[in-house]
Write a protein of this length. Sequence first.
Length: 266
Amino acid sequence: MKEKVNVTGVLETMVQTLYARAKETRKKNAKINDEIAVELVKKLDYDFSKADKDNAMTYGVIARTIVLDRMVEQYLEKHANTVVVNIACGLDTRCYRMEGKYLRWYNVDLPEAMKIRKQFLTETGPVYQITKSAMDDSYVDDIDYHGENVLVIIEGLTMYLYEKDIKKMFSIIEKSFQEVTVMVETMSPFVVKHVKEKSIEGSNAKFTWGVKNGKELQRIISEFSVQQEVSLVEGMKELMPIYHVIGKIPTVRNISNKIIVMEKHG
């Protein structure tokens, strides 16, 4: 029995990204493995035809999953007993792929997103759900935190926010945790201005914010220093070998989304 979900605007992106991961997993030479996404898509009563046609969105999601999975896994291998905070989690399933590598994992999202997540994913410790906005200071009260190392993941969110939201979100993180690393996905201002995602064109979700690089982000959130930035070109190379060539073109690298790693100054 399929279950209907009512999603519009930015909320719709969580269903689209889930579908992209399921579609890739079903391929013969899949570059990611997300069996939970495959199972969830079977249960959803939703018209995926737009997502099916939007190759740019699909490739972007898979490239991001490849890159972030690798970065998160490497980080957790180096830092035992890490508490992970996954902001704007939607129907993300990384907490299951990284099972056993972290101390506790908190998925944070708005009530309407969490309502859908809880419909399909019942979580028990060490994975927890927090039904709050990342701009609401009180979400950290729901985190069992005793000074452990914290990794915050912000994926597929910043491009729908404004600079004041970014500042607020990072300010809460900075005030709440002693040792914290943030892996944040950013979009280039050029893409924000000139590109629309076909799969959500009919919805109210619009790209609103972008940043050129980590240095520029550091100017906005000065309590953090940039440690690393990885272009999603790195993930595209695995999907389309031509990116080994075109990925060297500065313009291509510059307009690709990036995962920027920020650390709080001690």
